[in-house]
Design a protein around this ligand. Structure first.
Ligand SMILES: NC(=O)c1ccc[n+]([C@@H]2O[C@H](COP(=O)([O-])OP(=O)(O)OC[C@H]3O[C@@H](n4cnc5c(N)ncnc54)[C@H](OP(=O)(O)O)[C@@H]3O)[C@@H](O)[C@H]2O)c1
Length: 232
């Protein structure tokens, strides 16, 4: 906890993320520590303990708001029930192939802002394989984009904004950064919103998989507090 607390600087929002705390760190800088059989070593730190440290950071005026990332609805409820400060934000993967209808509704009913990460399916993620779908090239999405004279990226951003979801697209290209801001001069119809939502296939681009007996499984499913094994 001291470690986490010491790292906090004066910022507006700090996240408690499953991914940040899922691995055991025994004082070295290894990001993915493994045991002698090569298996990842997971941390047993309780996220409630982490949350308490973040609450102290609010008390001490170091941060204005604290949020969660990659938590499921049961874990969010756990933090709400056992914490003093309600999470302001939940940052999770959301895009047309992972619409997260239930989790978004759950959060919005509790006044927790949802932020969508990897809205374009993170096409430059290093572990992408050739057989995975390419969201920005989805033909139905491209048809809708054509209708509004916009790009598929702009349509996705608009679909998220119209669901009252904050969106954090990443681009290192000035023209695409401008393109991603240029979404305020059109509105998707309710029908098109529904069509885009229908593309959902509960597909996570930001997850690690392994093949066991010919079947794909989450690599980290045995980790304590693994968030993605439950429905939402
Ligand atoms: N909380 C978490 O666990 C978590 C996990 C993953 C990501 N995130 C955050 O989410 C944000 C975005 O995620 P991400 O980078 O994984 O995925 P992303 O925003 O879905 O995709 C980024 C990729 O899309 C390309 N791109 C951007 N704008 C485009 C456009 N208009 N047309 C075509 N391609 C475009 C970018 O290329 P160029 O750069 O070449 O434009 C880059 O390759 C980041 O801030 C990241 O830190 C958070």
């Amino acid at each position: 906890m001291t470690l986490i607390y010491d790292y906090i600087v004066r910022v507006h929002l700090v996240f408690c993320s499953y991914y940040q705390f899922c691995r055991q760190h025994d004082g070295n800088d290894e990001l993915m520590p493994t045991d002698d059989k090569g298996n990842l070593v997971y941390s047993n730190t309780s996220y409630l303990e982490t949350w308490k440290a973040l609450e102290k950071a609010v008390d001490d005026g170091l941060v204005k708001a604290i949020g969660l990332s990659n938590f499921n609805s049961r874990q969010i409820d756990d933090v709400i029930r056992n914490g003093r400060i309600k999470p302001s934000v939940l940052q999770v993967e959301v895009h047309p192939y992972l619409s997260q209808e239930k989790l978004v509704k759950f959060c919005q009913e509790r006044d927790i802002v949802v932020t969508a990460y990897s809205p374009f399916g993170s096409p430059d993620r290093p572990w992408a394989t050739p057989d995975e779908p390419i969201l920005l090239e989805d033909p139905q999405l491209l048809d809708i984009a054509k209708k509004y004279k916009k790009s598929s990226a702009q349509v996705i951003i608009r679909w998220l904004i119209q669901r009252n979801i904050v969106v954090v697209p990443k681009s290192a290209n000035p023209a695409r950064i401008r393109e991603n801001f240029n979404v305020w001069d059109f509105t998707l119809s309710e029908d098109d919103m529904a069509v885009i939502s229908s593309f959902n296939r509960d597909y996570r681009f930001i997850a690690f998989y392994k093949t066991v007996n010919g079947k794909q499984e989450f690599r980290d499913k045995e980790a304590p507090n693994f968030p993605f094994a439950e429905e939402f």
